[in-house]
Design a protein around this ligand. Structure first.
Ligand code: GAP
Length: 477
């Protein structure tokens, strides 16, 4: 493995190989917004699927949910986001760039050294207005008329302001609230007992003051969140359990242990809803930074929503004939930030026979393409068999077919997108009905009968080591 990679190389690989493009690029881009290309969309799906499989499908105590991005504004008042989901913002008096005050180490502007304003609290939620009437435009029109003369009465303006308040809604800054407000629905319909987890994957939006570092911090991103409801008193045990589970998830999917660490939040940095929190941090190119947060939210959210909605959000434990408000342990991860960490950790440059090889050692379950079928050349004689092999594979694996350019270039492309196996069809294949499988990581090659190809690849994708090939070994004898 080479030394740590810098972010520019990852951004360049992502653009070059179709993982991630700047959003609205032909218009000059939109700051901190990114689009996932053909390879990126597969990688992102694989990350989501791996999370869902581990968190929901492989457990009996977790169910899934998919709630709407726009919610009743009362949700955000009760959850504390309208009052407390804020960052302290300062502005440079010279260059007018804005910064998060808590991320500035000395007193001056990090860009030009200029004097900064006093911090003011900035709410990170995106606002929009629901309904077919542009209340905001009407209100500003009415206000300017009111200032210029008696045409619009104070009563009229007050009424418009009231309408504006009623039409104001927010894009969710976390998916968690959709889970809390459905707690009663899920408990009543799922026939599950506590401890019970409810999981959700979906888009969240935050008007971050300082987005950046590629897809690390963006204003639109995707959350993978689990709210795990437990009986108060055993919450600390479950917090420890989930911290370990989540740490292991990343290492099982290939992230090196030495690039991960845990960091417990100090009391002064806890979010407004949290009793305790530990971050799993990854060694990103810009230094150790949060990859996922695992918080103990106590009964904060259910109590707040019960108060605001008038509903009794409690759990009835029939075994002990007792009602209580559960505590919640919340592992909350970002899909995009995980994609970035997986790519960085898998990226490698090495020298092979005097040439530089860039290779992305993604775990086979995350790799966008599992197998590439590469006829040795574009020779007409090879095509029918190569196409046949592709057809045989593509109903079982995400399979690429590529016959343009030299075989060396095609291998390089597959290495850069992280394809674990390339299958080469050559002239001998026409005679012996065997093909060559090339392993991305070891570069070892074995020859396998086409009729055994799917079975062999399946075993290898499940982790069977490459050089032990019983099928082939038996046949050679
Ligand atoms: N519901 C709790 C919650 O949202 P958080 O620590 O603010 O907690 C959890 O976010 C995870 O979501 C982070 O660890 C990160 O992976 C991801 N995340 C948060 N803000 C993000 C942003 N602006 N851009 C990309 N990912 C973000």
């Amino acid at each position: 493995m080479t030394a740590r990679v810098d972010m520019d190389k990852i951004v360049s690989l992502c653009k070059r190989r179709g993982f991630i493009f700047p959003s609205s690029e032909i218009y000059g881009g939109l700051a901190s917004c990114w689009d996932y290309g053909p390879m990126g969309v597969e990688l992102k799906r694989n990350v989501r699927d791996a999370w869902w499989r581990t968190i929901v499908h492989e457990r009996a105590d977790v169910v899934g949910l998919d709630t709407s991005i726009m919610m009743h504004p009362g949700v955000w008042a009760a959850s504390g986001h309208i009052d407390s989901f804020t960052d302290p913002m300062v502005e440079c008096k010279s260059c007018h760039l804005r910064w998060r005050a808590d991320q500035i180490e000395n007193q001056g502007c990090p860009k030009c050294g200029g004097e900064l304003t006093e911090p003011r609290m900035f709410n990170l939620m995106f606002q929009t207005f629901m309904g077919p009437v542009d209340v905001k435009a009407e209100l500003s029109g009415a206000l300017s008329l009111a200032l210029g003369g008696p045409e619009v009465s104070g009563v009229g303006v007050a009424k418009l302001k009231e309408q504006l308040d009623r039409a104001t809604i927010y894009l969710r800054p976390e998916t968690a609230q959709g889970i809390f407000v459905n707690f009663e629905n899920v408990v009543n319909t799922s026939r599950k007992k506590l401890p019970l987890g409810i999981a959700q994957i979906g888009k969240s939006f935050r008007n971050e003051i300082t987005p950046g570092n590629f897809i690390f911090r963006t204003r639109e991103f995707e959350h993978m969140e689990l709210e795990y409801f437990v009986k108060p008193g055993i919450d600390e045990k479950w917090l420890d359990y989930w911290v370990k589970e989540r740490f292991d998830w990343y290492t099982r999917l290939g992230i090196r242990k030495e690039n991960l660490r845990l960091r417990e939040h100090g009391k002064d940095e806890l979010a407004h809803y949290a009793r305790a929190c530990s971050d799993i941090e990854y060694l990103f190119p810009m230094g150790w930074s949060e990859l996922e947060g695992i918080a103990n939210r106590g009964d904060f959210d259910l109590v707040q929503h019960a108060k605001a909605s008038g509903r009794e959000l409690v759990y009835y434990d029939a075994e002990v004939n007792e009602k209580y408000v559960p505590y919640v342990i919340e592992p909350s991860a970002g899909v995009d930030r995980s994609v970035l960490a997986f790519l960085i950790d898998a990226y490698d440059e090495e020298e092979v026979e005097g040439e530089k090889r860039t290779v992305v050692h993604l775990h086979s379950s995350l790799a966008p393409v599992k197998v590439a079928v590469l006829p040795l050349s574009r020779n007409e004689k090879l095509r029918p068999l190569a196409k046949e092999v592709h057809k045989q594979l593509c109903s079982s694996f995400v399979t690429d077919y590529d016959d343009s350019q030299s075989i060396g270039r095609r291998y390089r492309r597959q290495d850069e997108i992280g394809t674990p196996f390339c299958v080469t069809v050559d002239f001998e294949s026409l005679e012996d009905k065997q093909v060559t499988i090339r392993d991305r990581d070891s570069l070892a090659q074995i020859r396998v009968p086409i009729e055994e190809l799917n079975k062999t690849l399946e075993a290898k994708l499940m982790g069977e080591t490459f050089d032990a090939s019983p099928l082939w070994a038996t046949r050679e004898k």
